[in-house]
Write a protein that binds this ligand. Structure first.
Ligand code: ZN
Length: 206
């Protein structure tokens, strides 16, 4: 059974737990004032009948994702962390997958590709993320390691986004969500965060 006091704290950005300080019942839910065991920030906690946390307020991130990461990608990652803060594991990995696709597009990966049906004219269709990640590797924008990470995020993100096929019924667990978001942020390190440090030095700006 998962620990019902486990949270991703939106204030200190730690995977930690919450301590109940006060609580009451209302309309099928339990409401509590809970305190983060890591940073002592207090939250309003809403739990369902099984004591699982369904909402944590405020859920905005006091420590946002690094600003060197361009905004559409950063917003995807911040939303992924918000999903994680309310234990929405599937939604969190789906947003991480979306961040990877936005990175591919930002780096110039083709958004369409041409297919030739057996009958009829060639036509343009939406490109798949699998092709876009491979394109980044082929163009030497990412290394083999980063390509492997991106495909891992893509695969787990697919599990989060699509109801199971016969072979695709693995639930997305808390650890998957933690790992995939770590990988997604780490993926942005060399592409945006380290790149900004380097470019600032080259341009002589602090
Ligand atoms: Zn905290």
């Amino acid at each position: 059974m998962s620990d019902t006091n486990s949270i991703y704290c939106p204030n200190c950005s730690q995977r930690t737990s919450i301590e109940r300080r006060a609580g009451w019942n209302g309309k099928g839910y339990v409401y509590e004032i809970g305190e983060c065991n890591s940073c002592t920030q207090c939250f309003l906690v809403k739990r369902d009948g099984g004591r699982s946390i369904v909402e944590l307020q405020p859920h905005s991130l006091a420590k946002p994702v690094d600003e060197a990461i361009p905004s559409p990608i950063r917003e995807d990652l911040e939303e992924a962390y918000k999903c994680q803060s309310i234990q929405a594991w599937r939604a969190s990995v789906t947003m991480a997958r979306r961040a990877i696709q936005n990175i591919c597009i930002e780096k110039g990966a083709p958004v369409t590709r041409t297919i030739t049906p057996k009958t009829g004219e060639p036509k343009k269709v939406k490109n798949d993320l699998i092709n876009q990640i491979n394109w980044l590797y082929d163009e030497r924008i990412i290394t083999q390691d980063l390509k492997d990470w991106a495909h891992e995020i893509r695969t787990v993100g697919n599990t989060g986004a699509h109801p199971g096929d016969a072979e695709d019924t693995q639930p997305v667990a808390e650890q998957d969500s933690v790992d995939i978001l770590n990988l997604a942020e780490a993926f942005c390190g060399p592409l945006y965060i380290a790149a900004k440090v380097y470019n600032d030095r080259r341009l002589g700006t602090p």
